[in-house]
Design a protein around this ligand. Structure first.
Ligand code: NAI
Ligand code: MG
Length: 342
């Protein structure tokens, strides 16, 4: 092979694969095979670990070695981890810790089926999940503080606006942004979110911006989901809207999500480790494959991401269905069908 000056342009993109627990490794393997069929040698996979089994073996749910590996990757495809239902000394959710350490401030949840093509952009670092809780009177009155900052709101809204722009460009239709809040009641915190969001989005002239109170947002999302494009919301509202949206477009087995920072994207299926079906070869890999498509898009392989989306759409219309979708197909049957459509 002759060395060429543009060799670096051809260097593969390094991505980590983190199977985790339960069906995590099964669905990540499946997604990796589909990605490799589409991308060939444009991707270099690196193995990393976290989760409950890792904790049992090493005493750390998120080993430092994993953080170091991720810091040298453009992104990661993550399956799921099992969390104990009771408090265990020394165990902390590795995914929550990773979001914080890698500053993955935007959580993306596409909602796509039929005429619906929207995405929820959830602020991932503050809001009611800032973890500021205390007892006002122990056992009687608990207080949770909700944090909204101008800085975090600016960057999540800018992220949402840029996403709206690129979606509009690739879909050939006008961009729309819906800002979700409850500023009529939470006048300071949601007031700041609303005001900052309207300020930031005003710089994007081609985006039609609207606002919607969170309660009526849930109602309208269920009644007329096809009217939405990019929806931006503070942490808890975004979490709830994301799950309501997931139910709307086919359920846990098919929906992916991505946690994004400036330099890194961690994509994952929305479902957990499903211990009830782990090891039986019947997990639906579609959610993990959808997550992989998000990851490819975020790391600059938009063409490959679109290809995976097309394969998924064709499969969902006519391919074999796994038990969660009312069929009898195994994970392997689904993967074979997906590969045949690449
Ligand atoms: P789950 O999402 O793992 O399972 C809920 C139900 O959906 C189960 O009946 C399961 O069999 C089914 N299911 C989930 N994914 C499926 C797939 N790909 N194909 C077919 N069926 C599927 O949620 P659950 O049961 O509440 O939690 C199980 C474990 O997962 C817990 O330890 C929980 O802490 C963890 N979890 C981890 C998450 C993560 O790593 N991001 C997210 C949610 C839960
Ligand atoms: Mg959730």
């Amino acid at each position: 092979m002759t060395p060429s000056s543009d060799e670096s342009a051809l260097a593969p993109i390094r991505l980590a694969r983190i199977g985790g627990d339960g069906i995590g490794p099964e669905v990540v393997d499946a997604a990796e095979r589909v990605v490799n069929a589409v991308c060939g040698d444009r991707i270099e996979w690196v193995e990393a670990e976290m989760g409950w089994r890792t904790f049992e073996r090493t005493g750390r749910a998120l080993p430092e070695a994993t953080v170091e590996i991720l810091q040298n990757c453009a992104g990661a495809l993550f399956g799921a981890v099992s969390s104990p239902s009771h408090a265990v000394d020394g165990y902390r959710s590795p995914i929550v810790e990773l979001r914080r350490r890698l500053d993955l401030y935007a959580n993306l949840r596409p909602l796509k089926t039929g005429a619906v093509d929207a995405v929820v952009v959830r602020e991932n670092t503050e809001g009611l999940y800032a973890g500021r809780e205390h007892w006002e009177r122990e056992g009687e009155v608990a207080i949770a503080e909700r944090v909204i900052s101008r800085r975090a709101t600016e960057r999540i809204v800018r992220f949402a606006c840029e996403l709206a722009q690129s979606r509009a460009a690739s879909r050939g239709r006008p961009a729309r942004l819906t800002v979700v809040h409850k500023a009529n009641v939470l006048r300071l915190s949601d007031g700041l979110f609303r005001e900052t969001a309207l300020e930031v989005s005003a710089d994007f002239r081609e985006i039609a911006v609207e606002e919607q109170l969170v309660d009526s947002m849930v109602y309208r999302l269920i009644l007329e989901p096809e009217r939405y494009d990019v929806i931006v919301a503070p942490n808890l509202y975004g979490d709830i809207l994301s799950d309501a949206g997931a139910a709307l477009v086919g359920g846990l087995g098919v929906v992916g999500s991505a946690n994004c920072g400036e330099r890194f994207c961690l994509a994952e299926p929305v479902h957990g480790s499903a211990p009830d079906i782990a090891g039986r070869g019947i997990a639906n890999p579609i959610a993990a494959v959808s997550a992989a498509a998000l990851l490819l898009d975020r790391v600059g392989l938009g063409d490959a991401a679109s290809r995976v989306e097309e394969v998924l759409a064709a499969h969902r219309a006519a391919g074999p269905r796994s038990p969660d979708r009312g069929g009898a197909a195994t994970t392997e049957d689904v993967v074979v069908d997906l590969l045949a459509r690449v």
